[in-house]
Structure formats: structure tokens, C-alpha cells
Design a protein around this ligand. Structure first.
Ligand SMILES: [Zn+2]
Length: 145
């Protein structure tokens, strides 16, 4: 078990090193793009176009990376009863919008409406992914053996 944790530590470190390397490469890409624009040269418009597209590529790749590294965001929907004002919180579902009528109240059977939809940042996801479940099963098997 202890050995397993150490392996994970090393894995995390190499992943973060890869991320740093990628970021450096992207910054270099943008830098080269900027150089093309500043230096100009014989064919200024072509160099400007090359530089501009390099910068665009670099910045959009950084954006994609940021989205991937922040997966732990969750959208929640708050439901409220029309009559007794009881509120219910659940995960956002496709097609949810504010004031949409959804289901009925547990207490008075009056229809419930979506009161608010908001995005929260979480340290850990509340819904466990399949991967972590499989990992747990493996660990349990190891303990048994
Ligand atoms: Zn109610």
C-alpha cells in the first residue's frame, strides 16, 4: 500500500513537469509569432500573417489546457416549491432554465420551479468517476490477497 502511494507521487510529479514543458513550448510559440510580426522582413504581410496565426494557435492551446486542468466545476440547479417555498438542490440537467416547472413538491404536491442555476468550484467532485471506483476495487482485492 505504501509503495503504491509513492508510485502515485512520482506519477503526479512527472505529469506536472510535462505541463510546465508544454506551457514553455506554447509561450515560445507565441514568442516566435511575435518575432515574425516585429521583424517583418522582405515580405511583411506574409510574416505578419504567420506571426499572427502562431500567436492565435498558442493562445487557443493554452485556453484548451486550462479547461482540461479545471474539470472540477459543477452546475447546480435550485428548485423551489410555489406554495411552501421548500427548496431542493440537484445537479444541472440539460434543458434546465430559470422558472421552468419541474416535478412536484414532496410536501404539498404543488409544482416546483427552478429558482436559480449556478456554477460552483469544488475541491473534489461529488460524483465519483468510474476510474476511481475501479482503483478502489483493485486496492480492496490487494488487501484481501
Ligand atoms: Zn410545497
Amino acid at each position: 500500500m505504501i509503495d503504491d502511494e509513492n508510485d502515485e507521487d512520482i506519477l503526479n510529479k512527472s505529469v506536472s513537469l510535462k505541463k510546465v514543458m508544454k506551457n514553455i513550448l506554447l509561450i515560445l510559440l507565441i514568442g516566435v509569432g511575435a518575432l515574425f510580426i516585429y521583424l517583418g522582413g522582405e515580405n511583411q504581410t506574409t510574416n505578419f500573417m504567420i506571426g499572427f496565426s502562431l500567436i492565435c494557435l498558442g493562445t487557443s492551446l493554452i485556453q484548451i489546457q486550462k479547461q482540461k486542468t479545471e474539470p472540477i466545476r459543477q452546475t447546480l440547479t435550485i428548485l423551489a416549491c410555489n406554495l411552501c417555498n421548500i427548496t431542493n438542490v440537484r445537479h444541472y440537467e440539460h434543458g434546465d432554465y430559470v422558472f421552468k416547472e419541474i416535478g412536484s413538491c414532496d410536501k404539498c404536491n404543488e409544482s416546483m420551479r427552478i429558482k436559480q442555476i449556478y456554477n460552483v468550484k469544488l475541491k473534489k467532485p461529488t460524483i465519483q468517476t468510474k476510474k476511481s471506483d475501479e482503483k478502489k476495487k483493485k486496492e480492496e482485492e490487494k488487501v484481501k490477497a
